[in-house]
Write a protein that binds this ligand. Structure first.
Ligand SMILES: *[C@@H]1O[C@H](CO)[C@@H](O)[C@H](O)[C@H]1NC(C)=O
Ligand SMILES: *[C@@H]1O[C@H](CO)[C@@H](O)[C@H](O)[C@H]1NC(C)=O
Ligand SMILES: *[C@@H]1O[C@H](CO)[C@@H](O)[C@H](O)[C@H]1NC(C)=O
Ligand SMILES: *[C@@H]1O[C@H](CO)[C@@H](O)[C@H](O)[C@H]1NC(C)=O
Ligand SMILES: *[C@@H]1O[C@H](CO)[C@@H](O)[C@H](O)[C@H]1NC(C)=O
Length: 815
């Protein structure tokens, strides 16, 4: 009865919970242009949402505990997914179903207690699967990898793995890489790994079985041992005769490559191992990380046959009782054969000359990261007496060597030496001359303390690495040089290219270069690849333009270190900007052009403005203003002057007549005779007083020659009681008249004269609208002052003169 209800509720709430689930999803938008999303170390507790188009998704090192059914839905294009280093305990059986394109899946270092075959049922494209270090004890009841037909790299197992059954690996046919962590394996069904063939590199971690269950270890090793399959064994503790017995399997199957990592081994076990491997065509034996115990007594194995051994690679050796170790001389039976020997980071301070003499086939010797000094190197290379006659490569990088001349005379007799790596030593100076084998092609003196270059460097070099020194310049011709590395020095510019006619590659990053240009590069005739990033670039126009054109493939030289390593250091406002993205402004880069164009434009605008001003009579206004200011100034001066003298004496005219030159005939023929020489006529009988002659000031007659005209006008006005303006079309058109008018106006409103100082006479009918707008003063005056009109009819002239005379005399009578 309850079941339908449950179903009902499920149906009702399922969509709801889905919505809720989705909305609470965190999101991660750390995707780059290649749609690779790096969401590691994001603190996510569940799968974040990322774009559906993502190609790779890195969710490593988060706190994700569960992958829900639709957490990864829609990621049809995803190629690689990493959930490494989470706390993943639950993956929904269908959670990975939509990842059809997935090629790489990393579920390592999680809390998965079981592996479910349903996870992988739709992952037909998967090539790489990593299930390492999860706490499952077996791979499940049904074959897990059955559907993974393309699988090429597989890792499984962990501290809890107890059992590997035959069916576990069914479906897996060939692998390039197989990693099994089975330190605590209890049960192994023989043949479980035997069907995988061809099999590439196999890495096995079998600490427990080697110690406690030799049969199991043997069975497992036997299943993966093939002559062409390199075997890597990790975390072994080989002490007694018993613990090396599993190697009988590899010996039987004639395995050629064996590598040990993180090994703990006694000298006895070494002997046992060598005995077990007697006659096996082992060519490569590598030990990376080994703790050796015992005193190095291995002569007991000297009868064993290891003629095929070609390479010994030993790194990170710690010999617990280094001082009780007898000598490597007892390994004589081994040292005759190898062509390559590397003993790296193993506290070697000397290889005795006697040992060197044993290495008769040696072509490659790597003693890097040890404790060699100049003195012990002399012993190691037997005083330079051509011991290692076949030596081609000598690597003594990372030791405590100081003298370049020592190393040079020590190797001079190595007549086949082509590579010499003496980097990371303490060389601080270069002698003027050195002798080198004529075969030397490669020399690495990087990370030393060299400050100068001398002809010590051999002319035969093809590759020279001098990076991370204190060099400032390079003046030495090296005609054969193909590769030159000068990064991390103090170069200010590229070295001249004619020194290196064969140079193809030049790296000179992280120096103090400011810029480089086309001409610099043209001096290198064969240069193809150049790396100049991380310098202090001055982003000048030339440099930026050159750089941007060379990025776009403008030249033969390719900047192989990527555009983003080229960043501007100055000017300050460009600091930090990638050179390739600087956009140049014309102002900065074409200054002459810019200045001439802008001058042209300015000139044009100026002319335009002048034309405009001329059209708007602005010059007239300016002239006016100037005249006015000047007049005002001199008038003030005159006034001061006058205040001291008798002011009355200055008023010497009754009226100043302002008129246009063209109205002169009227003034001279009518006005002057009428006012200055009055006739007796009938009208006077009406007026008891006969008209007194008036004195007029006319510019023609009364102006002082040689004075500025405006001054003249001003002083005329000042010395006159009234100003009479003869208005006509002509007047309006004459500039001088306008000054007079304006000055009069100023005089009027300056309060120096009475209210009616100006008298307007209209010679012809003139309406206010006939006067241009800019003569606002005249217009104002016309509306504020009543004016006299020169009558057109003859008989009304008498009335006109009377009115005029009255107006001129008004003030006298007021006085
Ligand atoms: C995961 O969670 C644990 C405790 O819940 C915390 O200590 C740890 O820092 C978290 N890790 C990350 C990567 O957020
Ligand atoms: C090295 O191997 C030992 C066991 O021999 C193991 O306890 C140790 O964790 C290993 N170290 C590493 C770094 O794997
Ligand atoms: C090591 O053990 C094998 C078989 O277990 C034995 O044949 C051999 O003699 C032993 N070797 C030594 C040196 O004890
Ligand atoms: C010499 O050894 C160092 C460090 O092991 C390595 O980086 C370098 O490539 C080696 N040089 C040669 C020429 O193999
Ligand atoms: C020169 O040696 C350094 C340090 O050992 C190494 O990093 C560098 O790759 C070497 N240079 C060349 C050109 O091999």
């Amino acid at each position: 009865m309850g079941q339908p209800t449950n179903l009902y509720f499920t149906l009702l709430f399922l969509p709801l919970s889905l919505c809720w689930g989705q909305s609470s999803h965190p999101s991660c938008d750390r995707c780059d242009l290649r749609l690779s999303c790096n969401c590691s170390y994001g603190g996510f507790t569940r799968v974040p949402t990322v774009t559906d188009r993502a190609l790779t998704l890195d969710l490593s090192f988060n706190n994700i505990t569960v992958v829900n059914v639709d957490d990864l839905r829609g990621h049809m294009q995803l190629r690689a997914l990493s959930l490494h280093g989470n706390r993943l305990a639950v993956i929904h059986p269908s959670a990975l179903d939509s990842l059809w394109s997935l090629e790489e899946l990393d579920l390592s270092d999680n809390q998965l207690t079981a592996v479910n075959h349903k996870w992988f049922s739709k992952l037909g494209a998967l090539q790489e699967l990593n299930l390492l270090n999860n706490p499952y004890s077996c791979l499940g009841s049904s074959p897990v990898f059955q559907r993974l037909v393309r699988l090429r790299r597989l890792g499984f197992g962990g501290p809890a793995l107890e059992e590997v059954k035959r069916r576990d690996l069914s479906g897996v046919t060939q692998l390039e890489e197989l990693t099994v962590h089975a330190n605590n394996l209890m049960r192994y069904e023989s043949g479980a790994l035997a069907d995988v063939w061809p099999l590439g590199r196999v890495t096995l971690s079998l600490h427990g079985p080697f110690l406690t269950n030799v049969a199991l270890a043997s069975a497992l090793l036997d299943d993966v041992s093939y002559p062409e399959t390199p075997i890597v064994l990790e975390n072994l503790l080989l002490i007694a005769n018993q613990s090396v017995q599993p190697f009988r399997a590899t010996s039987r199957r004639r395995v050629r490559h064996i590598t040990f990592r993180n090994l703990s081994m006694s000298d006895e076990a070494v002997v046992d191992f060598l005995v077990v491997m007697d006659g096996v065509p082992l060519t490569f034996l590598s030990v990376d990380g080994v703790i050796l115990t015992g005193s190095g007594r291995w002569e007991k194995a000297s009868w064993s046959d290891h003629k095929s051994i070609d390479e010994f690679f030993v790194r990170n050796v710690v010999a617990l009782n280094v001082f009780s170790f007898v000598s490597f001389l007892q390994l004589q039976f081994l040292l005759h054969y190898p062509r390559k020997v590397s003993v790296i980071n193993s506290q070697v301070f000397v290889m005795p000359c006697a040992t060197s003499k044993l290495l008769v086939n040696l072509q490659y010797l790597d003693l890097s990261d040890n404790l060699l000094t100049d003195m012990t190197l002399v012993e190691t290379l037997c005083d330079g007496n051509s011991t290692l006659k076949d030596l081609r490569v000598l690597n003594i990088s990372g030791n405590a060597l100081k003298s370049l001349s020592t190393v040079s005379w020590l190797v001079v007799k190595l007549s086949k030496l082509t590579h010499l790596d003496i980097s990371r030593n303490a060389y601080s100076s270069m002698p003027q001359g050195c002798s080198w084998p004529s075969t030397l092609r490669y020399l690495n003196i990087s990370r030393a303390k060299l400050t100068t270059i001398t002809p010590c460097l051999p002319a035969t070099l093809e590759v020279l690495d001098l990076s991370n020194n204190d060099l400032k310049g390079f003046i030495l011709a090296l005609p054969a040089l193909r590769e030159l590395h000068l990064s991390g020095n103090k170069f200010l510019r590229l070295p001249p290219g004619w020194l290196f006619p064969s140079l193809q590659t030049l790296t000179i990053q992280s120096n103090t270069l400011n810029m480089f240009g086309r001409s610099d590069l043209q001096s290198y005739r064969r240069l193809q690849s150049l790396q100049v990033g991380q310098n202090k670039f001055v982003c000048s126009c030339d440099f930026v333009a050159f750089f941007q054109s060379s990025i776009k493939g403008g030249g033969d030289v390719h900047l192989t270190d990527g555009e983003e390593s080229y960043v501007c250091d100055s000017p300050l406002y460009r600091q930090g900007e990638p050179v390739g993205r600087v956009s140049l402004s014309i102002v900065e880069c074409h200054r002459v052009l810019f200045v001439s164009v802008s001058c042209g434009v300015a000139l044009f605008v100026l002319i335009l403005v002048c034309v405009l001003l001329w059209r708007l009579h602005a010059f007239w206004y300016l002239k006016m203003m100037w005249a006015w200011l000047k007049a005002k100034h001199s008038s003030r001066r005159r006034r001061r002057h006058r205040d001291r003298a008798d002011s009355e004496a200055l008023l010497s005219f009754d009226a100043f007549v302002s008129y246009s030159e063209r109205d002169a005939s009227w003034v001279e023929n009518f006005l002057v005779p009428e006012l200055e020489e009055p006739r007796d006529n009938g009208e006077d009988s009406v007026n008891p007083r006969s008209p007194r002659p008036l004195t007029l000031c006319l510019h023609k007659r009364d102006f002082l020659p040689g004075h500025w005209i405006v001054d003249n006008i001003m002083s005329a006005m000042e010395r006159s009681r009234r100003t009479v303006f003869i208005l006509s079309e002509n007047f309006v058109q004459s500039d001088w008249c306008r000054y007079e008018l304006d000055f009069s106006h100023f005089w009027l409103f300056d309060g120096n004269a009475g209210g009616n100082a100006a008298i307007l006479i209209m010679l012809e009918p003139l309406s206010k609208d006939d006067i241009p707008k800019r003569f606002c003063k005249l217009r104002k005056l016309m509306s504020s002052t009543t004016y006299l009109e020169w009558p057109q009819e003859e008989e009304r002239t008498g009335e006109f003169w009377r009115s005029l005379r009255n107006a001129l005399r008004e003030e006298d009578e007021d006085d």
